[in-house]
Design a protein around this ligand. Structure first.
Ligand SMILES: *Cc1c(COP(=O)(O)O)cnc(C)c1O
Length: 499
């Protein structure tokens, strides 16, 4: 199977080449030339397979230039009990027979990004071997908080790679920042950017498009690639867990095959929910994909109106991994729902770059609205959702997952739909401990406590265990103290690479 650019002006490439390139030469995102479909038997058979077995089955259909052995090695190296603290890898927690939490945070950094970033380095190094790539790969990452740490953990000391992570210096939680600036590894660099996530992401995109810099890297036998969710190797693993969740529900007798489910995803860059979209295109029976946003509700407005307009204030919220105004992966959805009208996609993306706004045509808007539903939660509603979920189910959720729970409640109020629903639970509650503590701990316990003592109280109060990657974070040495302006990001990379 070959991969094409969502803007239509790049040569088709193999899966391994698409993973190495990250972004297509015309600035578009790679999409598979066709989407493989799954049968009833696939879902039924998966009932008796482990998560790893299911992942292999899905990856084989997309990575057709990989051997089954190569895929198996990648999967086993990523999804094992050294890296994940739950044997199910992406287990379901049942709140009620029709409401299931898909826990995507059992990996080393306690957020769903691990699901893709534990396997991406494996896919990338295998791709390099297959294509005879001799350059060292430099992974450039812009992070709103969780991708950075997950990418650092995934790529640390992976031979043939270097990794540079940029995070918004004032835009991440204390835990997120500590996770990054204490990162060990011979091939890792981290810098804070004076700006928000969009500034960091735009800075990285500028470096990717900088032909002089690309030439300079080439002279030094270096080549850039991306671990952001624009890379197909990031997106593909995110298809697996939705299919796996359905197989689990079939296996548990909670569903009959063919019964449609709703899937709720707290959304920022549109990568996670796009995984669910592709799962549906492969044959997962889905009624609605519910896109839950925070106060940066650009996607809610887009889904409800067909107008994407980033000319609006940017809010810092308590769900920082969703504080995004340019959702890169939406471009892939536009390519798909426009019937791969690449010229049209090109046009919209040009308008977005020049005026910050575009409006899709009616057929595209209608197709999006037939499948997606969207609303948002502000910070007060988010805190309230954490408290309610704890009171009602004794189940503790982080701020991002709480956004999804709030929006799902709105969806039920508005539609009366009581179908079986899967909610993507995207981070451990301890990763955003102070907000979670605010929601459920009495004021008297919280007063004057710092983040780490709050996490301790939270564990005591709930009986939940603090994930090992967070437990002793305040005792690790700080190894990275660089900050940079958006304009200086290229020079910062050059300095890190000794160019
Ligand atoms: C990244 C992230 C999200 C948003 O996912 P996208 O793929 O960017 O839409 C939601 N929750 C958490 C905890 C995240 O880390």
């Amino acid at each position: 199977m070959q991969y094409q650019s969502s803007r239509g002006n790049s040569p088709q490439v193999s899966a391994s080449q698409a993973i190495i390139n990250g972004i297509a030469p015309d600035g578009g995102l790679y999409i598979p030339e066709q989407i493989p479909s799954l049968s009833k038997e696939d879902f039924i058979n998966w009932g008796s397979l482990s998560y790893q077995g299911r992942a292999e089955a899905v990856l084989r259909r997309f990575l057709t230039d990989f051997t089954p052995m190569e895929i198996s090695c990648c999967v086993q190296a990523a999804y094992n009990e050294l890296n994940f603290d739950n044997a199910g890898i992406a287990p379901l927690a049942e709140l009620s027979p029709r409401l299931h939490m898909l826990e995507l945070w059992h990996g080393p950094t306690s957020a769903f990004k691990d699901m893709a970033l534990q396997i991406l380095p494996q896919l990338l190094t295998t791709s390099m071997r297959k294509t005879g790539e001799k350059s060292q790969i430099v992974i450039l990452v812009a992070t709103s908080g969780d991708t950075g740490k997950a990418a650092l953990e995934g790529f640390r000391d992976v031979e043939g790679t270097r990794i540079v992570v940029f995070y918004p210096a004032q835009g991440v939680s204390q835990i997120q920042r500590l996770q990054m600036i204490t990162q060990a590894g011979e091939n890792v660099n981290v810098a804070g950017v004076e700006g928000n996530f969009d500034d960091a992401q735009n800075g990285v995109k500028r470096i990717f498009a900088d032909q002089d810099f690309i030439a300079l890297l080439a002279q030094n036998n270096l080549k850039m690639s991306s671990a952001n969710s624009i890379n197909w190797g990031r997106l593909l693993p995110q298809i697996v867990y939705y299919l796996s969740a359905y197989a689990d529900l079939l296996q548990q007798g909670r569903l009959e095959y063919g019964e449609e489910v709703n899937i709720v995803v707290p959304t920022g860059n549109f990568g996670n929910i796009l995984g669910a979209y592709y799962a549906r295109e492969m044959g997962l029976p889905v009624n609605r994909l519910i896109c839950a946003a925070n106060a940066n509700n650009i996607l809610t407005d887009f889904i409800n109106s067909g107008v994407y307009d980033r000319n609006r204030p940017f809010y810092k919220t308590i769900s920082p991994s969703m504080d995004i105004l340019i959702s890169s992966n939406l471009e892939r959805l536009l390519a798909e729902v426009s019937g791969r009208d690449y010229r049209q996609v090109n046009d919209w993306m040009k308008q977005l770059a020049t005026s910050g706004r575009y409006e899709v045509n009616e057929p595209v808007r209608d197709r999006i609205q037939a499948l997606f539903w969207s609303d948002f939660a502000d910070d007060v509603q988010t805190i309230e959702a954490i408290r309610k979920t704890w009171d009602q189910y004794q189940y503790l959720v982080d701020t991002h997952t709480a956004v999804a729970l709030h929006v799902y409640e709105r969806y039920q109020e508005k539609t009366g739909d009581t179908r079986t629903t899967i909610i993507a639970s995207t981070a451990s509650p301890f990763k955003f401990g102070s907000s979670v503590a605010e929601a459920i701990l009495p004021e008297a316990i919280r007063a004057g406590k710092d983040e780490f003592s709050l996490i301790g109280y939270l564990a005591e109060w709930t009986g939940y265990e603090i994930p090992r990657g967070i437990r002793d974070l305040d005792k690790l040495p700080v190894l990275h103290d660089t900050t940079t302006s958006p304009a200086e990001m290229r020079n910062t990379v050059a300095r890190f690479l000794n160019l």
